[in-house]
Ligand binder design. Structure first.
Ligand SMILES: NC(=O)c1ccc[n+]([C@@H]2O[C@H](COP(=O)([O-])OP(=O)(O)OC[C@H]3O[C@@H](n4cnc5c(N)ncnc54)[C@H](OP(=O)(O)O)[C@@H]3O)[C@@H](O)[C@H]2O)c1
Length: 313
């Protein structure tokens, strides 16, 4: 087995001779129409992924999503202890390494409360998803001049979040909870947690994705925003056409469904086709074993700006 120290003094000490992990995990590049500057990936990450281009963020932020689905479109099994995205990909190491690369490139990672409830002990940092490459992920952030961990953003109308969970209580990640005024009242104890900020953006109800981005922007972040779902939150980003790109891992399993509502797809709670379909353009295809790593660009209508938020309703 490959044994990689969590922190290495220098990248040169990592060689594929010492650790065959990256050779095993390498993705085969089949098609690449991506644009933008090359991300300065540390060697072992680029050995796995190859060249990664991400468009420069500015105003508005560049917004990407990362998801995994089975061949029959299931993104969550939803059984007890079986709700994580890893169950969809079979915990494929290349998928986890890519998740780590995208998190390590992001300034903010946005997830809905349902996703947090599915993996309550998780922290949305690169090293949490693939600890063996923690040093490389840290190095990627250092090279880009980013703080060690991206802002972890949780979206919840209800504010029913357990503040004792590691992501809130450990102080390991800076956290922003985007919620309603009633949700913020339930989260009163968050004031005692130095790494957690609560942004009530409206009185009640579903929060527009534009307001989520506005709250992120109000923290001073102007860079890359990574949306990691779940399906309800993805529906809001697609509905408002606020996604620039989707990274989608297609896992070679058929999961099946008895009730179509019981096992969601990429989007839940919204209907687009046939009246308002969302068509994407394929910009990237990579293969790792029988998994496909796909990348689509979506046209984002030009707006004067995303809805601005002061972080207060
Ligand atoms: N396959 C994959 O790549 C992948 C990726 C992510 C998640 N998942 C899976 O998806 C499942 C969860 O699905 P889900 O659709 O319930 O996830 P979700 O979108 O993360 O959670 C829905 C909940 O998040 C909050 N929320 C989301 N969007 C909101 C908005 N616009 N405004 C206000 N609140 C919002 C609400 O919480 P409140 O009830 O607190 O108001 C809502 O009940 C999990 O099993 C997870 O593992 C799979």
């Amino acid at each position: 087995m490959c044994s990689t120290p969590a922190h290495s003094p220098a990248e040169s000490t990592h060689s594929s001779e010492r650790c065959p992990l990256t050779r095993l995990a390498r993705l085969e590049l089949l098609f690449d129409h991506t644009r933008g500057p090359l991300v300065d990936l540390p060697r072992r990450l680029s050995e796995v992924y190859g060249p990664l281009r991400l468009r420069k963020s500015g105003s508005p932020a560049f917004v990407i999503a990362n998801f995994a689905t089975t061949l029959d479109g299931v993104t969550a099994l939803l059984g007890p202890g079986r709700s994580s995205g890893g169950e969809i990909t079979g915990f494929d190491p290349r998928d986890r390494i890519l998740m780590g690369i995208l998190r390590a490139s992001a300034d903010a990672v946005v997830v809905g409360a349902g996703t947090l409830r599915a993996v309550p002990r998780h922290i949305w940092s690169a090293s949490h998803v693939y600890p063996k490459l923690a040093w490389e992920y840290d190095e990627l952030r250092r090279r880009a001049g980013k703080p060690p961990v991206p802002l972890n953003v949780f979206v919840s109308s209800s504010g029913e979040l357990d503040l004792r969970l590691p992501v809130f209580a450990s102080g390991e990640a800076p956290v922003l909870i985007v919620t309603t005024t009633s949700g913020a009242r339930k989260l009163g104890r968050a004031e005692d947690l130095p790494s957690v900020e609560v942004a009530p953006v409206q009185r009640s109800g579903r929060i527009p994705a534009s307001a989520v981005l506005g709250a992120v922007r109000a923290t001073g972040i102007r860079g890359l925003v990574l949306v990691e779902g779940g399906p309800h939150l993805m529906g809001d980003f697609f509905a408002e056409e606020l996604l620039d790109e989707l990274f989608l891992t297609l896992a070679p399993q058929v999961a099946g469904r008895t009730d179509p509502l019981g096992r969601p797809g990429l989007v839940a709670g919204r209907i687009f086709a046939p009246d308002h379909p969302r068509w994407g353009s394929l910009v990237g295809v990579r293969r790792g074993g029988s998994h496909l790593f796909l990348r689509w660009a979506f046209r984002r209508p030009v707006r004067s700006s995303v809805r601005r938020s002061t972080g207060r309703p």
